[in-house]
Design a protein around this ligand. Structure first.
Ligand code: TRP
Length: 469
């Protein structure tokens, strides 16, 4: 056999061997599992709190429509068309030129995010253990001052407590590894199909409880009543970064997942449903949190500590507070686990396809790197002294570089590729499943937005974020 022929056979083999999700519904749950994560339950509420409430929510929803969904569809196109990891996908679509670098940036961005993400997921896992052990159960009877110092102490232990944070982060990584090793259908599909509906059910329970509290109206006003005096360029930039982070776009996750979609998957429909359901989960998290915050006269803008300090404190004041707290942290653990699966899947397919290694080995290599570098993030200060780069610790640095630089840049590159460089008919063919779907006008609208509006907004925001305008 000639070499060329061998190559071709290898290729056919690989594509045939590549697993897919069994149905469009399974693809939806998996993709939603990627989107729903710590972003909804940890980031969204505190960013809404810090940026003035309702107006920020509105800007965020605009960002989801005008930027998030178009970029997601760009990635869906690239992923389902090539059925490859980001590096392989861009190499196939643009064999020469700067686009080759984009795939590598995607893989690097995935690592950066996982470094801090797995640390926070570790804290969540450890809180479940603490809640079951009863660490927060006596709080209700203490004065607010005593209770809050106890809660803060608990958080400091979770973050800085010697070996503990490393143990919990390790446990998160082992859990995710086992799911990834099981594969696309038996691992990712099976787990997201169970966890996503469960998560919805649980968050609705906590939300209903919150709505029966005296501060419900104030909480809802804060979340939904826009006060535009609070809107500035930082809020806009933050909303955009959040939309990217939330929808898992700008760094290859959606390229990888859509490579597992079946040929009859209606891509526009999937993107729309995922974005919609994800936003609903974020709003439900806000509905579960703000009424409680206002009922107890706490600050809505308490920053990242909202989830780990404020929530245990205020939930402990409710009847059956401990059970609610357990439900809340369980659903957060589900959300962060399914999101982590999608994040780690990026380096896993990259390693297995580009270096031609077995999937199990690729999982092992990826999680080992994450575990070792992750130690820097889990607790930089206690192991390495307070190392600061650009006045940020490693945790904030990884978050900043990935959310504010790599993801907007990656998103911009994807949108320019799919709306300006790729042949328009080809793009249309993929999004209409070979013209079998009657969605031509929707695609035209998408192409218009992707061509003119999305890149312009992204460019403005990106230049602003690096300080040029
Ligand atoms: N979307 C997830 C969240 O909100 C996090 C996440 C998963 C992610 N995969 C991603 C973020 C890819 C950016 C890129 O928590």
């Amino acid at each position: 056999m000639t070499n060329n022929k061998k190559d071709l056979n290898n290729k056919v083999d690989k594509i045939e061997k590549r697993e897919t999700f069994s149905t469009s519904l399974a693809a939806f749950f998996a993709t939603l599992g990627s989107a729903v994560g710590l972003g909804n339950i940890w980031k969204f509420p505190y960013l809404v709190g810090n940026n003035g409430g309702g107006a920020f929510v509105l800007i965020y929803i605009f960002c989801v429509f005008l930027i998030g969904i178009p970029v997601m569809l760009g990635e869906f196109y690239i992923g389902r068309k090539t059925k490859k990891n980001p590096v392989g996908a861009f190499k196939e679509l643009r064999p020469s030129g700067p686009y080759r670098a984009l795939g590598y940036m995607d893989v690097l961005a995935a690592f950066f995010i996982i470094f801090f993400y797995s640390a926070v997921a570790g804290w969540v896992y450890s809180y479940i253990f603490k809640i079951i052990r009863g660490d927060f159960s006596g709080l209700g009877s203490l004065s607010v001052g005593d209770a809050s110092s106890l809660v803060e102490n608990n958080f400091n232990l979770a973050v800085a407590g010697g070996f503990a944070p490393i143990f919990w982060q390790g446990l998160v990584l082992i859990t995710v590894s086992l799911i990834l090793i099981a594969g696309v259908k038996k691992g990712i599909e099976r787990i997201t199909k169970i966890l996503m509906p469960l998560l919805f059910g649980l968050i609705i329970i906590v939300g209903i409880r919150a709505l029966t509290l005296p501060g419900a109206r104030e909480g809802l006003n804060f979340l939904f009543k826009p006060d535009f005096s609070k809107v500035n360029s930082t809020a806009l930039l933050t909303a955009l970064g959040l939309a990217f982070f939330k929808l898992s776009v700008g760094m290859g996750t959606m390229v990888v997942y859509s490579g597992y979609f079946t040929e009859d998957n209606n891509l526009i429909d999937t993107a729309r449903k995922v974005a919609f359901s994800d936003t609903i989960v974020s709003l439900l998290a806000g509905i579960a949190i703000f009424p409680v915050v206002f009922s107890f006269g706490m600050e809505a803008s308490s920053g990242p500590a909202l989830l780990f300090n404020t929530i245990p404190l205020i939930f402990s004041k409710l009847a059956f507070g401990n059970i609610l707290l357990l439900i809340f942290f369980l659903l957060t653990a589900f959300a962060s686990t399914t999101a982590m699966i999608s994040l780690i899947e990026v380096p896993v397919v990259f390693i297995s396809e580009e270096l031609n290694l077995d999937r199990k080995l690729a999982v092992l290599i990826s999680t080992s790197i994450i575990f070792i570098v992750g130690i820097l993030t889990v607790h930089p200060a206690s192991y390495f002294g307070e190392v600061r780069i650009f006045n940020m610790n490693f945790f904030d640095l990884f978050d900043y570089i990935s959310s504010n630089i790599m993801m907007p840049l990656g998103g911009l590159a994807v949108i320019i590729l799919t709306s300006h460089i790729i042949n328009k008919d080809e793009f249309k063919r993929e999004l209409s499943n070979n013209n079998s779907l009657d969605n031509g006008s929707l695609i035209d609208l998408l192409i218009f937005v992707s061509k003119y509006i999305t890149p312009l907004l992204l460019l403005i925001v990106f230049l602003n974020s690096i300080g040029l305008i």
